[in-house]
Design a protein around this ligand. Structure first.
Ligand SMILES: Cc1cc2nc3c(=O)[nH]c(=O)nc-3n(C[C@H](O)[C@H](O)[C@H](O)COP(=O)(O)O)c2cc1C
Length: 258
């Protein structure tokens, strides 16, 4: 089957979204360009995706929607009518309005969204849920999704972008979680957390505490800390895990719409 030059655009604070995107992208073709929407110090406004490439845009679901900064940064990109696959990655609860929001946003950028995927990765706050995902079973399924996308691309018919995707166009945010990870006195001040922060909420001169007015609770700083020092309040974590246990348990599905 013919494969495509792939432009991969991701926002993945703790790496789960990127794992899913890579798994799908590698079967669709050669990744010719990657764009990291985590970067708050670069502008995406001069980015135009070549019309003959296939864009893969992947972002996580936070509280039922795509984080605002992802939407803002995505909107700067010119889709240039390139075909596009959107992937909303969720942490084994639900993706709610996240997938439809990602598809709508990519269309606003001028992409031709020919497939929409929802996929599970480990929950980035309560890592015992969806633990180890995407795993081997997921990877087989994601490969099958990529084959379905390639089949659609190779069909003689006009590529439909008007297919069913679950969710509401009103994009309902389910809560307003504001938990700011902190480091203790063992922090060496290496600055990896500040580099990883997508909003510039960690000031290199006061590295142990984050600015709660800028922090989006993405957990990127915890993932980036080489010493495992940056953490959430353990009491909050235990209480949240207990409260969310039923909603986050069981194996939630990967799904494709095209
Ligand atoms: C603030 C926040 C809110 C989240 N909300 C949801 C949610 O509504 N539904 C869900 O299934 N997972 C939710 N998750 C889990 C993430 O969607 C999931 O872990 C995703 O893989 C994170 O992407 P990353 O690994 O690329 O950082 C949330 C995670 C965070 C940090």
């Amino acid at each position: 089957m013919k494969t495509y030059p792939v432009v991969e655009i991701t926002f993945s604070p703790t790496g789960g979204t990127k794992k899913v995107a890579d798994q799908i992208s590698c079967y669709l073709g050669n990744i010719t360009n990657t764009m990291n929407l985590i970067r708050h110090d670069v502008s995406f406004s001069d980015v135009t995706v070549p019309s003959d490439s296939l864009a893969v845009i992947a972002a996580p679901v936070f509280e039922g929607v795509i984080p605002d900064i992802v939407i803002e940064r995505m909107k700067e990109i010119q889709g240039n009518h390139a075909n596009c696959v959107v992937i909303a990655v969720y942490g084994n609860r639900a993706y709610d309005d996240g997938l439809i929001q990602l598809k709508d946003t990519a269309e606003l950028c001028g992409f031709n969204v020919i497939a929409s995927v929802a996929a599970v990765a480990e929950h980035s706050i309560m890592r015992q849920f969806g633990s180890g995902r995407p795993d081997e079973e997921d990877n087989k399924e994601l490969k099958k999704f990529a084959e379905e996308i390639l089949e659609k691309l190779s069909s003689e018919k006009e590529l439909s972008t008007d297919y069913f995707v679950p969710g509401s166009h009103e994009y309902k945010r389910l809560g307003n979680l504001s938990v700011v990870p902190k480091a203790n006195a063992s922090c060496t001040g290496c600055g990896k957390c500040a580099e990883a922060c997508p909003t510039g909420a960690i000031n290199k001169n006061n590295i142990r505490t984050g600015d709660s007015s800028k922090c989006i609770s993405c957990m990127g700083c915890i993932a980036a800390c080489p010493k495992g020092i940056r953490k959430l309040n353990p009491v909050f974590l235990a209480a949240a895990s207990l409260k969310m246990k039923d909603l986050l348990s069981g194996r939630k599905p990967n799904e494709i719409f095209l």
